[in-house]
Design a protein around this ligand. Sequence first.
Ligand SMILES: [Mn+2]
Length: 411
Amino acid sequence: MKVIHTSDWHIGQTLYQYSRDEEHRFFFNQLKDIILEERPDALIVSGDIFHSATPTVLSQRLYYHTLVELSRLYDGLQIIVTAGNHDSPSRLEAPRELWEAFGVTVVGNLDFYKDIEDGKLTYDASKIEIPVKRDGEIVGWVLAVPFLNSGNYPSLKENDSYSNRVFSFYNDLKDNLKFNVQYSENHSVIAMGHLMMSGVNSNANNKLVGGLEFVDVESVTRLKGIDYWALGHVHHPQDLSENMRYSGSPFALTFNEDYPHSVSVVTIENHNLDVKIREINPLVPICDFPSKPQSYDDAISIDDVLKRMDEVLDNDCYVRLHVKSEMPLTDLANAAIIEKFEGKKAKYCGVQVYLPVKNVEQTDVVVRTLDDFKAISPYELGRSVYQKKNNAEMPEEMKAMFKAVCDEVMN
Ligand SMILES: [Mn+2]
């Protein structure tokens, strides 16, 4: 079985109010070419199709147009789409039967029902066990599992941990598949999922994260009988184990996603796995200018940034500026920046200001009790937070506005 694995399209997303539709079209054209070259049996999309649970008409049209176009590339290409945490499960699934006519399987959520005999809550596994065919013969199965809230994974016992619930869910699902009369040991099995695994590298600086809402990779990879895990949710493409991968988003959705993006071409023959990365070219790259400094000391001043800005203004890219300053930027400085971008190709996406780090004397640290906190008004607290963060007193105009907001909320 051969599939192309992608996820986290986030159709309809905007970056600093710039529409990403053209970039999506550019990606879909590349995806079309990759499908035609690789000729997979299936295209699988592991959640976050749309950026919003209520996508605009334009976003929906782009999605419908794309899936119909892809489904018609050649006979026998199957498309399997699952909902992510950004999608509305029911909205995505509403045209499910219509999609079947195009060879597209859409799974928004599990169909739960109560067993008449023992009253247990169970779900329709056949809905998410999707046979993948080549020349009319089944070559493998895709377990099309959409995003499930931690509590929605059926559990074996009360108060089971999230990680255990996920483990037993996939374990049961895989066992259930073996009872399917059409299943054979020779078939390849792919499990989809839209969730957060432990040990994931969720941004570019190799930070390891863990926590309650994470699924333990070690335990899940113990599951035998699944050839490949096609995951979505994390936008940074990466392998979590030999046979588990986040395909990542097709392009950078935020400035934190400044790494190469791709789709994964997955081939499984006799349970041997081969994964090939096909990089996606961004239409409008993101650019940190002059570059992302580590601290105040590495940053350069607003005047120097303004002088050097011609280097990027004629490029079709998203620009986020980095400047150092003794105090928050004045309206005048902000206006000067915006003026620089007028009529230029580069798209302005804000400025990050690096302020000098205030040396906090030991005596400055005040330990406050809960009663102390209750005695401070939100207005005073806000002022002192501003002072601490910016190393400057809150400007008079802001003080007046903040006071008005506090009064309105408190009274
Ligand atoms: Mn996502």
